[in-house]
Every structure is written in structure tokens, then in C-alpha cells.
Design a protein around this ligand. Structure first.
Ligand SMILES: NC(=O)N[C@@H](CC(=O)O)C(=O)O
Ligand SMILES: [Zn+2]
Ligand SMILES: [Zn+2]
Length: 349
């Protein structure tokens, strides 16, 4: 009997183009988990209070860097939180700083820490005009918040009501449709202009709403935009593995303490930073598309953001390992994705 050689893949070092590191005590866990593999990460600004100015982003960046291990080269790419009051001057300051790589649109109330978000995009036209002129990407949490719109339809309605008019008004604005969850969003981005792209999370590739709701409610699979039906999951897998340069890796790893998730009013967010590239490798392997992983994880993001691709490499082997039930997080613990189960791929160097 011939022993099958275990599968192995070497990639240019990937980056994470959508990440929540949180702040203070949380940074110890989040920075080291992400820096273990990723060269850079686009750091979301939804702190409390939110990161609304370049000055706040510079301070936050310094706190992240303080939490890197001694020889880590990990580079946090900072973002600003767009509000109804963001001025064009603030956008110019962000551009001049060289540390701000995007401005994040949270429709007010759409997700975790979005209360200070935008109530009406028309309030932001001066900021958007400046961004369009300077080439700074707008990163969007693409869901409407109207109470009458069903939670499973909020991304599709966002495309029709907000995104299409926005693109009409700002045809040159660079846009990343973050953490897309539907075939509607995947098809929209695929057929849009080249300066419109999307990130896809590992959980939206590996899970669908059955994993949230069948048999029991699984709060650790609750995130926003909420997991959709399996036909949408299939459309996301197709987009991510298509070889299109418009789709790239963004984990949306979003830690919450265990008690905040296992609650009668549980928070939205899934923590995947402990095993992100391994989870993506599983999804691409299952789709027989490991040859497309490097484009998605390591090339398309830097190309879109006009940054150089990383120079070093990582190697993964197909070898199962056990994910702990919990991980220490700030002054408590969190339940990571796949907790208590196995992951089929492992980073070896
Ligand atoms: N994705 C989530 O479910 N939660 C994110 C916010 C976000 O990205 O929408 C968080 O900050 O916890
Ligand atoms: Zn979001
Ligand atoms: Zn997010």
C-alpha cells in the first residue's frame, strides 16, 4: 500500500484586510494571534469611543505596536470611523499622515459599536468627495438598518438603496464591500468597476445559517451580517476561488468575551484570528481550489490597496490539530471558532 504524501502548500505571506483588534488588555491576544501569520492588517475603528480622527488612530496604532512581540514585523494599517461630522479637512489630514488606509462606513446601529455611525450618507458628501479625490478607499458594512427590513435581506437592500446611488454620485470612489454574505453582493462586485472590491470571511465560506440555528442556537456562530442560506455560501466560495482579483481575505475576526456571547442578548462577532489562514485553507481545499488561495490571501488585497506584496512566505500542511475550548482574552476568556473541534490544516513555518 502506498502511503499518501501529506498535502502541503507554500504561500506569499498573507494579510488580513478586515480585522478587529479591540484595545487595551485585549491587544495581547489579538495582536499576537494575527501577527503569527499575517504581515499586515486593516484595523477596524469601532472602538468605544470610535477612532474618528487621525490623531486617535495614531495613538491606537502606537498601542498596537507596543503589543507586538520583540521581532515582529506585523504592520497595522489604520482606518477612520466615518461619522455625520467627518470633515474634508480630517480626510486630508488622514491622507497626509500616511498611516490611514481606509475610512469605514457603519450605518448607525448596523453592528457592534456602530452607534456613532452615519445616519444619512448625504451628511458625508464633503468627506466622500475628498476621499474620491485622494483615492482613499471607503470600507462599508453593507447592511441597511430600517426595522421593517428582514435581517436576512439587509445586505441585498443595502446594494439597491445605498450602494448603487453612492457609486452613481461618486463614480471614482474606491470601495471595499466588507464581509459579503450573499450571492447578490458577490455578483454585484464581480460585475462592478475595478475599483470596487470585497472581502470574504472564513466563517461565511465554511458556515451557513443551519450552523447557527439547526437543533440549537449556537451563539458563537452569530455575527453580522448574519450567516445566510447555503446557496449564498456556495456563491461566496465560488467568488473567493474564482481567481478574480476583486475578492480578498478579510477575516472580520471580532472577539467578544465568552459571557458577552453566551447571553440572553448575545453580541455579534466570531473570533478566527487564532486559526484564520488554516480555516481559509480548509475552505479552498474543500472546493479543490488551493491553487487560488495565494491570489485571494496574499496578492489581491495589496494590489487593491496599492501596497507591495509581502516578501516572505508561509507553509501549511494538511494535518489536524485540536482547537481549545476557550482562549484567555483580556481579563476573561473567549470561545474561538471551531472551539473543542479540529482544524485540518496547520501552519508549519
Ligand atoms: N462582524 C461582527 O459580527 N461584529 C463586528 C462588527 C462588524 O464587523 O460588523 C464586531 O466589532 O464585533
Ligand atoms: Zn461589519
Ligand atoms: Zn468587522
Amino acid at each position: 500500500m502506498t502511503q499518501l504524501k501529506s498535502k502541503q502548500i507554500t504561500l506569499t505571506r498573507p494579510d488580513d484586510w478586515h480585522l478587529h483588534l479591540r484595545d487595551d488588555l485585549a491587544l495581547k491576544r489579538t495582536v499576537s494571534d494575527t501577527a503569527r501569520v499575517f504581515g499586515r492588517a486593516i484595523v477596524m475603528p469601532n472602538l468605544q469611543p470610535p477612532v474618528t480622527t487621525t490623531a486617535l488612530a495614531a495613538d491606537y496604532r502606537a498601542r498596537i505596536i507596543e503589543n507586538r512581540s520583540e521581532h515582529s514585523q506585523f504592520e497595522p494599517l489604520m482606518t477612520l470611523y466615518l461619522t455625520d461630522n467627518t470633515s474634508a479637512d480630517e480626510i486630508y489630514r488622514a491622507h497626509e499622515s500616511g498611516i490611514i488606509h481606509g475610512v469605514k462606513l457603519y450605518p448607525a446601529g448596523a453592528t457592534t459599536n456602530s452607534d456613532a455611525g452615519v445616519t444619512e450618507l448625504s451628511h458625508c458628501y464633503q468627506a466622500l468627495e475628498a476621499m474620491q479625490k485622494l483615492g482613499i478607499p471607503l470600507l462599508v458594512h453593507g447592511e441597511v438598518t430600517s426595522p421593517e427590513i428582514d435581517v436576512f435581506d439587509r445586505e441585498k437592500v443595502f446594494i439597491d438603496q445605498i450602494l448603487i446611488p453612492l457609486i452613481k454620485n461618486f463614480p471614482e470612489l474606491r470601495i471595499v464591500f466588507e464581509h459579503i454574505t450573499t450571492s447578490n453582493a458577490a455578483e454585484f462586485v464581480a460585475s462592478a468597476a475595478d475599483h470596487i472590491a470585497a472581502t470574504i470571511t472564513p466563517h461565511h465560506l465554511l458556515l451557513n445559517r443551519n450552523d447557527l440555528l439547526v437543533g440549537a442556537i449556537r451563539p458563537h456562530h452569530y455575527c453580522l451580517p448574519v450567516l445566510k442560506r447555503n446557496t449564498h455560501q456556495q456563491a461566496l466560495i465560488k467568488a473567493a476561488t474564482s481567481g478574480s482579483k476583486k475578492f480578498f481575505l478579510g477575516t472580520d475576526s471580532a472577539p467578544h468575551p465568552r459571557a458577552g456571547k453566551e447571553s440572553s442578548c448575545g453580541c455579534a462577532g466570531i473570533y478566527s484570528a487564532h486559526a484564520a489562514i488554516e480555516l481559509y485553507a480548509e475552505a479552498f481545499d474543500a472546493a479543490n481550489a488551493l491553487d487560488k488561495l495565494e491570489m485571494f490571501a496574499s496578492f489581491n488585497g495589496p494590489d487593491f490597496y496599492h501596497l507591495p506584496r509581502n516578501q516572505t512566505q508561509i507553509t501549511l500542511v494538511k494535518e489536524s490539530w485540536d482547537v481549545p475550548q476557550t482562549l484567555p482574552f483580556a481579563d476573561s476568556s473567549l470561545v474561538p471558532m471551531r472551539a473543542g473541534n479540529q482544524i485540518a490544516w496547520k501552519v508549519v513555518s
